[in-house]
Design a protein around this ligand. Sequence first.
Ligand code: FAD
Length: 310
Amino acid sequence: MQLLKDDVEHPFRLQCEQWKMTELILRQLKTLSNVRIHFNAQVKDVLQDQQRVQLTVTHEHTEITHQGDYLIAADGAWSVIRQLLQIEFEGFTYPERFLVLSTEFEYADHLPNLSYVNYCSDPKEWCVLLRVPSLWRVLFPTRVDESDEEVMSENSVQGRLQHLLNRSQDYVTVHRTLYKVHQRVAKTFRQNRVFLAGDCAHINNPLGGMGMNGGIHDAHNLCHKLIDVLLNGLDESHLDRYERQRRTIAIEYINSNTARNKKLLEETDPVIRKNNQLELTKIAQNSKLAREYLLKTSMIDALERAEAII
Ligand SMILES: Cc1cc2nc3c(=O)[nH]c(=O)nc-3n(C[C@H](O)[C@H](O)[C@H](O)COP(=O)(O)OP(=O)(O)OC[C@H]3O[C@@H](n4cnc5c(N)ncnc54)[C@H](O)[C@@H]3O)c2cc1C
């Protein structure tokens, strides 16, 4: 990442789990006098006209209505707001699911040259080994013919971990998660006074770590435009640029790169695998190519690409 030292102020990769990020954001929001936070409030309905948006939520069995100039729907992949607005979530769901196992076992003591993030391509069973401060997270694809119970059984969990690194003892796992993986983008990111952002607007496979990062880029892009319209007198049409910029990035960049990353890991053809390795080696050995590659994987060139969209 040092190759990016002239491009960014922080030329390193920060492994920050989302629960830590949300705690930091919460702490920051609490310092702002114009922010109110309502936990355990479930969105039930949304209505809008030319002037306002009205949001109905239930909180402890009571219905409450909020009104505002605009609404940002950031309610995740299963967004109720997106569904209420009948905005299509175009794309597909992969037939296999992904299994994430977290363990305190120190892989770095046993596997040489481990990085904090390791994408391990393998024609039979690829995996991702990712270090967070106290744990290693190991991500495996599952077979389409395995049931959830089979995948989550002790036998299968130990089998996968032992296949990765054989040892005499069983592995102790701290978390086990099995989930479906999608590549989907909402048909529109704006419906009048409502904007979609984050997973509500686009979801992708986690290979490349672009989901949360893409959501943060959405928030950054949209909030600046809202400030320009609400406080700095820019025309309302300025807000349409949010969709033009961020939807293009979600399709052209986030979804296509994560899909390509998956193909790279799971490739079985030995000739294509060899060519992929040669290509990556060539990039790694050439600092100009490596810098361009890092600008892409760290999503910096996507910001530049978005900015160029009028
Ligand atoms: C295994 C895995 C690994 C990943 N790794 C990475 C990574 O390394 N880097 C990366 O950038 N991304 C990663 N992602 C993706 C990342 O987790 C998501 O992109 C991110 O969580 C999306 O944030 P969000 O705020 O848009 O949605 P969410 O995190 O889903 O938050 C939505 C919120 O809305 C709330 N909500 C939902 N419905 C309602 C309702 N009706 N009323 C009120 N509230 C509601 C939910 O409770 C939730 O709090 C990974 C994802 C997975 C599954």
